[in-house]
Design a binder for this molecule. Structure first.
Ligand SMILES: [Ca+2]
Ligand SMILES: [Ca+2]
Ligand SMILES: [Ca+2]
Ligand SMILES: [Ca+2]
Length: 366
């Protein structure tokens, strides 16, 4: 009988502990339309990880794809009164971030070709927005666009900040930085530089196996002699030199992690950049937007995440004065299982229940 009682107590405790941990980090879902940028005082570290406790309190908007791929995009947002932070996550089993990179097999250089994974946000600069809008048409709609590209911008921690209008797609203003084709054919400023890199070849196609990288992965120009590099430059060189732009094009730093099954990306931008090629997010405002993701592909072959009804999602910025957050931690990282107030309250409840159960069993056993 005694063993049965002990087993009973353990089973009861196990049940409550299971319920406790199952209830941890359960993130509330939004209404399916609204992405609420909850007000927070937490310090958000841009690292592609949701270690900040505030993310546990931010509602999640799940946007289903409209192409039948079944790939959903999960979005959460926060604001600290100065910046907006957006966390995007979607399943993608292939990490494609080596677009047009250069591979050395110990003897020869070759170009790996390929494309790259991407995600883009389009924020309405006008009064209306339609998913699938085609920039460059007579349609006068204006969009502020954040275009994260795993190879061209992701490897150096930023999203390409752009705008679309009736005349097409444009990069925001900048004074320096950006991404540049890492190709001797494209960057060779004079024929002697090209000859040194490519030997006697006179008509080499950019990014072909006979072309060569212009910069190493530190952005330093490589010295070539008849196609052979004078100093070691590693066995893989990125297909692009990527430097976060100075100016409006560089307003959106973004940190990414590919965990083997999904991309996780943390974006940051000033609520108001002061630039006329960007939307300004303000307290208690609502901003129409849509999202698209691309799996190792470009404009003509990508998933559009944004269910057919509705086609427009709304970003809502929560004012600090209406904040309902209960997270008070300023610790940038959370311990395993999220040791926050919920856990402490839950542990206290379990403890009290456990005492009652044990007392009840002991009394019955007498
Ligand atoms: Ca983070
Ligand atoms: Ca991929
Ligand atoms: Ca912009
Ligand atoms: Ca900008």
């Amino acid at each position: 009988m005694k063993t049965k009682k002990i087993i009973g107590v353990l089973v009861a405790l196990g049940f409550f502990v299971t319920v406790l941990f199952a209830s941890q980090n359960v993130i509330a879902l939004s209404d399916g339309v609204t992405l609420s940028a909850m007000s927070t005082t937490d310090t958000i570290t841009l690292d592609g990880e949701k270690n900040e406790l505030a993310w546990n309190d931010a509602e999640m908007l799940i946007i289903p794809s409209i192409d039948g791929s079944g790939i959903d995009v999960e979005l959460q947002a926060l604001n600290d009164g100065t910046y907006i932070y957006i966390f995007a996550s979607w399943n993608d089993s292939t990490k494609d971030d080596t677009r047009r990179g250069w591979s050395f097999n110990g003897t020869d250089w070759s170009n790996v070709g390929g494309n790259e994974d991407r995600i883009e946000f389009a924020w309405s600069l006008g009064t209306s927005i339609v998913c699938g809008h085609n920039p460059g048409t007579a349609d006068p709609m204006l969009f502020d666009v954040w275009h994260w590209k795993a190879s061209r911008t992701g490897i150096s921690g930023w999203a390409d900040d752009r705008y679309w209008d009736g005349s097409g797609r444009h990069s925001d203003d900048k004074t320096s930085g950006g991404f540049f084709d890492n190709s001797v054919v494209r960057q060779g400023a004079n024929s002697s530089a090209i000859t040194a890199a490519l030997g006697n070849s006179t008509s080499v196609a950019a990014f072909s196996n006979n072309d060569r990288p212009f910069w190493d992965n530190n952005g330093v120009e490589i010295t070539w002699t008849a196609g052979v590099n004078a100093t070691p430059v590693g066995n893989f060189i990125n297909g692009y030199k990527s430097v976060i732009p100075v100016g409006s094009q560089g307003d959106v730093p973004a940190a990414s992690v590919h965990n083997g099954t999904a991309w996780n990306i943390e974006f940051k931008r000033a609520l108001d950049t002061g630039n006329d090629d960007d939307v300004a997010f303000s307290d208690s405002s609502s901003m129409p937007f849509y999202v698209a993701i691309h799996n190792n592909s470009g404009d003509d072959n990508h998933f559009r995440a944004g269910g057919s009804s509705p086609t427009t999602f709304q970003l809502s910025i929560e004012s600090a004065t209406t904040s309902t957050t209960t997270t008070t931690s300023t610790t940038p990282t959370a311990p395993p299982f999220g040791l926050d107030q919920t856990l402490l309250i839950g542990a206290a409840v379990v403890g009290i229940l456990a005492v009652f159960i044990i007392v009840a069993f002991v009394r019955r056993g007498r």
